[in-house]
Design a protein around this ligand. Sequence first.
Ligand code: HEM
Length: 395
Amino acid sequence: MPKTIPEFDTDPFSRESVMNARAVDDRLRELAPVVKLARENVTMLARYEHVAAGLKDWKSFSSTSRPWHDPNSVRPELLLTDDPPKHTRVRAVVANALSPRALSHMAEAFRRDARSIVHGVRSRDGRTIDAVADITQPFVYKVLPDLIGLPQQGREHMYAFGNMVWATMGPPNELFHEAMENTDAVAAWASQCCNRENLTPGSLGMAMYEAADRGEITPHEANLLVGILLSAAADTTVLTLANTIRAFCEFPDQYQLVRSDRALIRAAFEESLRWDSPSRMAGRVAMKDVEIDGYVISAGERCGLMFAAANRDPRRWEAPDRFDVRRNNRDNLGFGYGVHACVGRVLALLEAEALLGALADSIEHFESAGEPEPWMTTIGHGPSRLPVTAVFAAQ
Ligand code: HEM
């Protein structure tokens, strides 16, 4: 006789829960290995062991549907919404364009842009800045569209577009409707960005169309992939970098370790992903009955596999709330796991090396200058505003 799946008494996607997402997700994880959101009719897994196993087992937990699935949303239906073998064919094109070899020529441009951003905040040495608006957002919102090959015009829509895309992953609640308000110009820009004639020759976006020219994907798939790159790569990176700076405020000794050994920069970024993941969950659909610790998830159930809660599961991580750049965090689920594991990881790490390296070169330490304000979106998670004081090292 299967055990009865307990219902969670809180809506994890309400305005109040989003303000307090860490605590809500942790409470859900501790309730039981399998938890039901009754109102949403969604089954949630939040313990590391089960989330990792579910992400790996794409035959049982398919990506072809998910909670609140709307095939007509602004989120392109390709790649993350496919299972192998279709997924494998399309992923090969993106993986090729985002390989270390394909991206190596960007490292110097990223470092230059990072130095320029850090130089820009030097005049406010010792005063309060917003690490999101003044550092992580201007950096990512410059290097990413440059890499994709987008025109300058319209880039001011990137934040609103990111907000729309996050919203499509969650329930159609109040926060969803707020994200979708007055977005005609944003949606029109995003759609224009994906057209071949608007992309710079030699860019990442153009590489998608070149793959179509070689017959590896269709021109329509190339168009969708440009949109996917734009939506998947921007705010995930902005938030992870911002959370890294927040961790440097809360764990100043860890920042000093990074300053004294730059080889720890990647580990610091990965630890930020583990410590406070910018994506709360992945949506999947159960393709068959799946038994977990005596609970049965029935075929057809829509499921949420919670990255963030799993990355703080005390069954897997010692002192999970401690930000520790020297812990072995390679298995963290912040970049996902299995066939859909983030294909942009190399790029995100290259950006992190450039920006965190430039910060470590110039800034002696960071101090918190107030409470972070959370981004009011349901599946994305992290600060929309992060007041900090950056104290520069003597030149
Ligand atoms: C720190 C930054 C990033 C984080 C935290 C992140 C996180 C993730 C996660 C959790 C997944 C798996 C989703 C799932 O299984 O449902 C994923 C997949 C994906 N990411 Fe990232 N990502 C980041 C940066 C990037 C960048 C820079 C790019 C592109 C250049 C990118 C492109 C993608 C794509 C295309 C997929 C889908 C892969 C597939 O379905 O095979 N991401 N990412």
